[in-house]
Write a protein that binds this ligand. Structure first.
Ligand code: SAM
Length: 330
């Protein structure tokens, strides 16, 4: 079986698949406050397109497909999409990224249809603050969603917290305690300069070192580093001794983690994005709807992977100001 290995010798095994650009939350660092325009049905990948593209990726060595968005639970047929993908030969890991607003309703069905684990975005445990950050979010629903995912047997469940100075950096310790109490994991994410709002939020950036020091002070000598494995992604993870929880920090800005990047992203409209911090993309939607054979599409993907940039260029932020995170899927 051919593998997707780029010219920097990175093997690509992970596809992040955005299934909708719509989101019921409007986190101020992720997107503007505008209503996402409805696009024509034919402009977004259909179930058949998704199944075919993932099948082709699986034949090229992709083993993990994350469902993301926008908010993936807003996509009609999300359970069907989960089922179609998780049944594809070679795909053995289908996690979900969600804000959990609708997870109480969907957790069990998704788990039964192949979603083995979930990352849940939650930037505050204070209801009014949570509502402000998300511009209208409901913390009670999110916590019910987390409980439903635990109940459904998704494992691991990771809380994703974007840390921002004077917004929620005083909650790092309580987030850790919450994760320990629920037997789940927590990961703190540095703000990334994606889109105009992300660039603006960079002024509230808190570095990995500062986040680590707060956690370390809180937990004393309870943190043991976890040796990363190939599919772990960019987080620096620690086991919290005496608990079932881990804590991680994702530091896209203070540290380039690009040398171990194993992922590509597919947007709702079928654009294959090779790097979060670069503008290049190729359309796979047109390819799967054309007369191209699967082998020809595979070759297109191999050629694209060959062009995967060595690293993101968050430092020259002009070139990534046009895309919002909500369109890319995180
Ligand atoms: N709606 C889902 C969710 O809430 O997880 C999936 C999409 S959301 C775009 C994926 C992740 O991207 C979330 O954890 C969100 O906090 C993160 N994110 C969005 N904008 C970001 C930024 N500027 N910097 C760092 N993380 C960001």
């Amino acid at each position: 079986m051919p593998k997707l290995i780029d010219k920097f010798n990175r093997e690509i095994t992970y596809l992040r698949l955005s299934v909708t650009e719509h989101c019921n939350y409007r986190c101020f660092y992720c997107r503007d406050d505008e209503q996402t325009p409805n696009c024509k049905r034919e402009d977004i990948l259909s179930y058949e397109d998704i199944e075919k593209i993932v099948q082709i990726f699986a034949e090229l060595g992709i083993t993990k497909v994350r469902l993301t968005g926008g908010e993936p639970l807003l996509r009609k047929g999300i359970v069907k999409i989960a089922r179609l993908i998780s049944r594809i030969d070679g795909i053995n890991d289908v996690p979900l990224s969600t804000n959990a607003h609708l997870l109480e309703k969907f957790a069990e069905k998704l788990q039964q249809n192949g979603i083995n684990r979930a990352n849940i975005s939650i930037d505050s445990l204070i209801p009014e603050r949570f509502e402000k950050i998300t511009r209208g979010g409901d913390l009670t629903k999110v916590i019910k969603g987390i409980d439903a995912a635990i109940q459904a047997g998704m494992h691991p469940i990771k809380m994703n917290v974007v840390v921002m100075r004077d917004v929620n950096d005083d909650e790092i310790e309580s987030m850790v305690d919450f994760a320990i109490a629920k037997n789940i994991d927590v990961r703190f994410i540095e703000t990334m300069p994606i889109g105009a709002v992300g660039i603006e939020a960079l002024s509230q950036h808190v570095s990995e070192q500062q986040i680590f020091e707060k956690i370390n002070q809180h937990l004393g000598n309870k943190l043991t580093p976890i040796t990363p494995n190939q599919t772990d992604g960019p987080a620096h993870n620690f086991k919290i001794k005496g608990t079932n929880s881990t804590v991680g920090i994702i530091s896209a800005v203070s540290n380039h983690f690009c040398q171990t990047c194993n992922r590509v992203r597919l947007t709702t409209k079928g654009d294959l994005i090779l790097c979060l911090g670069q503008e290049d993309a190729i359309s796979l939607k047109d390819a799967v709807r054309s007369d191209l054979t699967d082998d020809e599409i595979k070759q297109m993907i191999i050629n694209a992977i060959n062009k995967k940039p060595e690293k993101h260029e968050f430092d020259t932020i002009d070139n990534i100001s046009n895309r919002q995170m909500v369109e890319i899927g995180g």
